[in-house]
Write a protein that binds this ligand. Structure first.
Ligand SMILES: Cc1cc2nc3c(=O)[nH]c(=O)nc-3n(C[C@H](O)[C@H](O)[C@H](O)COP(=O)(O)OP(=O)(O)OC[C@H]3O[C@@H](n4cnc5c(N)ncnc54)[C@H](O)[C@@H]3O)c2cc1C
Ligand code: SF4
Ligand code: SF4
Length: 830
């Protein structure tokens, strides 16, 4: 039996052992690791600061090695390799013989040769021991800095903040994460970090780590000085190639053991994998390429030489709580002819950039800062060269249909790699679900190991699980995301019954983890539905549209839509709109909902524009929210000679009644004055049509991409009954629909369909009619115009700035003229 020695028991060394045993390779395996414990999850090292123990972080307990007949020597440093004798020697003098040697010695932090690095209070950030030392020392000091503003430096910075220290990040380059971000991305990231309390110093070359025994500050080449008591160095990595060098293996001039496509060194019996290996002049400081290397070596030892290492995509996602950063593919747009499209919202710290191929067909790469929920999808779109939508910018400023659950993953091919760490494709996941009967995320993780590396693919794996189970006809519990094991309906009841008023309180009491871009806006919408409170007071958890109480449009400007109930407007108000639009240079257009949309406003102009509109008697039209939009009406009996009822008055009454109502999706209504139906009430969520005897009420209609006629709920009811039934209907929908589900889809999925709905609403079969009416009455009583509150509150008003701590406006906006008004330019004609 062959004897394999693995030198280094880090993440990649461990993965090699795991894969070897999984493949059933019959070989003796002996592992030597320098650290005092078995391999642990270095990627999630920082979770040590949020309560994870060394034990929690282990890749596998010590017993796993025994069970798999692997001899593990911890605390044993390999100091020598004798390639002639095929033996190794450790620092304790132990020698051992191998047939194959696998070097998985990883890397160590690079410590620059700056005067004073040996001082007390200077640390690196790589091992559990490092962290223990940082924690101990951190108790004695109050000001600290990290040298290095790269991926790991930022993680270390956040750790120092968590230790309660005043934290500085010092970076030599003119921007943060210089390998992953461009200038604008770095600026936004810097603002985000400042919100966490981290002060960033760019363009700083350190001359000396000053002090007397222990450090007391950093002296820079430009003459400035930063007083600090503790320093964490995170200035890059250096492969641990010392034993390799000592035995004459080829090492790269910049460090690292040189390997070929088979991960062989210049000694065919010695392989190097993980961060110690240099392949085509590249060291990969990420775990996924290391795992791929481990896989290729295992295959070879098992006799399969078909797979070789061909380099690896360096896409990465930072995992700092509250600071989403993703960088994928050709992030900096270095491909000749590529077209960058960028969107930035400096106030909320969001920057998104996508680089499109010169022919406009594919996504090459991009950068996401502040909101990286599309990272996995974009990464896959780029990797699989998926066709782009007609308006590629819609990818970053809100894709049409973005509400559809898992919409993105549905279109991915089976070959799309979902989990890069474990090289799991969509097809692998679907196979487990369709062929092996896997039904839960935990089981899918166990059977494929997806999500167990960096964990970034979890939302996508979850989406694939849901849509595949649904395609098999299973009813899937619509847990909203991995942070809340509840449906929207359940969360609604929890919020109401337990009187929960904030996202954090809900997460603490009923969720887990830190939350994500799915649950945050959803909970904000539930809170707004239940309490009808100002949605901007939940600003940190909002969609961009809700954050600024305006719809973001192509080109990055916002639109302003005042309410014009029932489509009725006086000449004075019409003139006011004209005057204001002219003053701010806004493009105006009549909408399908019978009101006037003003486009092209900068975020900092929104409060001023609204102040003027409110002075003229207007209110928010909630065109930006998952809320009641418009009640369209025909002129009805007031003017029309066919009209049998006053449809305008009823429409205005209804619109005023439900204005501001937050719901799982947008809501639209209409009132027609006779059966000729000029207001198209049967295409609305609720539509009312006048009859000789009263009103017919239709529900659950839908225009949009999949039109559906509304269904007749009751006929010939009087006005009061009609209003009562609409109250019940809307409240029942708000309470029970899944997130982002229009009324039509809600009804389509409802067991018992229209008959059941009619029973509940009209016949009160559940005995909840009165309760629904009462809840609606409370919401109506709590209504207040959101924009009026913002305009009158200086603190809220201050949020509508492009930049939180300065007054500059968005310099990226540009316009062209069209038919006498301004419009954003076409991205591909720039
Ligand atoms: C804080 C932090 C956050 C990170 N976040 C991410 C992330 O989000 N995503 C990502 O992909 N990557 C991340 N990484 C990088 C990732 O952890 C590494 O790519 C991965 O651990 C490399 O695995 P490895 O086995 O090659 O090296 P290592 O994990 O360094 O393991 C090598 C082991 O070999 C031991 N060793 C060295 N020489 C000898 C010897 N002569 N004899 C015996 N033992 C020896 C070392 O002590 C060490 O235990 C992060 C790293 C850190 C420190
Ligand atoms: S139909 Fe609606 S979503 Fe589509 S382009 Fe027109 S306004 Fe935009
Ligand atoms: S629906 Fe009837 S009342 Fe209304 S405008 Fe048309 S014809 Fe006239």
């Amino acid at each position: 039996m062959k004897r394999i020695i693995v030198v280094g028991n880090g993440m990649v060394g461990y993965k090699f052992c795991e894969k070897l045993r999984k493949q059933g390779v019959a070989a003796e395996v002996i592992v030597y690791g320098e650290e005092p414990r078995p391999a642990y999850d270095r990627v999630h090292l920082s979770s040590f600061f949020s309560g994870k123990t060394a034990e929690d972080l282990l890749m596998a307990p010590a017993s796993w090695y025994e069970e798999h007949h692997i001899v593990l020597h911890t605390g044993e440093l390999v100091t020598e390799i004798d390639r002639q004798q095929k033996t190794i020697t450790t620092h304790t003098g132990k020698t051992d013989r191998y047939d194959y040697l696998v070097l998985a010695t990883g890397s160590s932090p690079f410590v620059p040769n700056v005067k004073g690095v040996e001082r007390d209070g200077v640390f690196v950030y790589r091992t559990i021991e490092d962290l223990n030392q940082i924690i101990d020392y951190g108790k004695k000091v109050s000001r600290a800095a990290v040298l290095g503003g790269g991926l790991l430096g930022l993680e270390a910075g956040k750790a120092l903040v968590d230790l309660g220290l005043e934290t500085h990040i010092v970076e030599f380059a003119p921007r943060l994460m210089p390998r992953q971000l461009d200038e604008q991305g770095s600026v936004i990231l810097q603002h985000k970090l400042s919100q966490l309390g981290i002060v960033v110093h760019l363009n700083k070359s350190t001359k000396e780590i000053a002090g007397n025994g222990k450090l007391d500050g950093l002296e820079f080449v430009d003459g400035s000085f930063l007083p600090i008591e503790m320093l964490v160095i995170s200035a890059g990595i250096r492969p641990r190639d010392e034993v390799a060098k000592g035995c004459g293996l080829e090492v790269h001039p910049r460090g690292g053991v040189v390997v070929n496509d088979f991960l062989q060194t210049n000694d065919e019996n010695i392989f190097a994998i993980g961060e110690v290996a240099v392949h085509s002049n590249m060291v990969y400081g990420l775990v996924a390429p290391g795992y791929e290397m481990a896989d290729i070596v295992v295959r070879q030892i098992a006799g399969d030489f078909s797979k070789t290492f061909q380099g690896f995509d360096m896409s990465t996602k930072l995992k700092l709580m509250g600071v989403d950063v993703g960088s994928f593919g050709d992030a900096l747009g270095e491909t000749p002819g590529c077209i960058p499209i960028a969107f930035q919202d400096k106030h909320n710290g969001v920057y998104k950039r996508i680089n499109i191929s010169a022919d406009g067909k594919h996504l090459l790469g991009g950068i996401l800062v502040g909101d990286a929920k599309q990272y996995n999808l974009f990464h896959q779109m780029a990797a699989n060269k998926m066709p782009l939508p007609a308006q590629p910018e819609s990818l970053i400023i809100g894709a049409p249909g973005k509400g559809e659950e898992g919409a993105g993953v549905k279109n991915l091919p089976d070959s799309a790699q979902i989990c890069a760490c474990e090289n799991i494709t969509k097809g692998d996941l679907v196979f487990q679900i369709t062929e092996k009967g896997v039904k839960t995320l935990d089981d899918l993780k166990r059977s494929t190991k997806a999500c167990t590396g960096c964990g970034g693919c979890t939302p996508m794996v979850n989406d694939i699980l849901k849509i595949t189970l649904e395609s098999l006809g299973h009813t899937v519990k619509k847990s909203i995301c991995e942070h809340f094991d509840y449906t929207r309906q359940e969360l609604y009841d929890i919020v109401k019954i337990k009187n929960i008023k904030t996202y954090d309180a809900l997460l603490d009491s009923h969720g887990k983890g830190d939350g994500c871009e799915v649950c945050k806006p959803l909970v904000a919408s539930v809170l707004a539905s239940v309490w009808n409170e100002l949605i901007v007071s939940q600003a940190t958890i909002q969609d961009t549209n809700d954050r600024f109480l305006a719809n973001i449009q192509r080109g990055g400007t916002y639109s302003v839509v005042p309410r014009i109930a029932g489509g009725e407007i006086t000449p004075q108000k019409l003139m006011a709109i004209g005057r204001i639009a002219e003053k701010y240079g806004l493009y105006t257009k009549i909408t399908g909902g019978q009101r006037i949309d003003m486009f092209g406003a900068r975020v900092d102009q929104l409060p001023e524009i609204w102040e003027e509109l409110i002075d003229e008697g207007f209110e928010s039209g909630h065109a930006y929210g998952k809320a009641l939009r418009t009640i369209k009406s025909c002129v009805g009996s007031t003017w029309c000679r066919y009209g049998v009822q006053d449809s305008v008055s009823f429409a205005i009454f209804i619109e005023d009644r439900y204005k501001g109502l937050r719901a799982p999706h947008k809501l639209k209504g209409a009132v027609s004055g006779c059966i000729r139906e000029c207001a198209e009430a049967q295409s609305k969520d609720f539509g009312i049509i006048a009859t000789e005897k009263g009103w017919n009420l239709y529900v659950c209609g839908n225009g949009g991409s999949r039109p559906q006629h509304a269904k007749l709920l009751v006929t010939d009811v009087d006005t009061d009954t009609c209003v009562k039934l609409v109250d019940r209907f809307l409240m029942f929908y708000i309470r029970t629909a899944d997130p982002l589900t229009r009324t039509a889809t809600w009804l389509n999925k409802m067991e018992g369909g229209l008959e059941y709905l009619r029973d509940v609403i009209v016949n009160d079969s559940l005995g909840i009619g009165e309760a629904l009416e009462k809840e609606m009455a409370e919401l109506i009583a709590n209504y207040a115009c959101e924009w009026k509150k913002v305009v009158e509150d200086p603190a809220l008003r201050a949020q509508f700035k492009h930049f939180i701590n300065e007054d500059s406006t968005d310099s990226t906006l540009s316009f062209v003229e069209m038919r006498g008004q301004k419009c954003p330019p076409d991205w591909n004609k720039k």
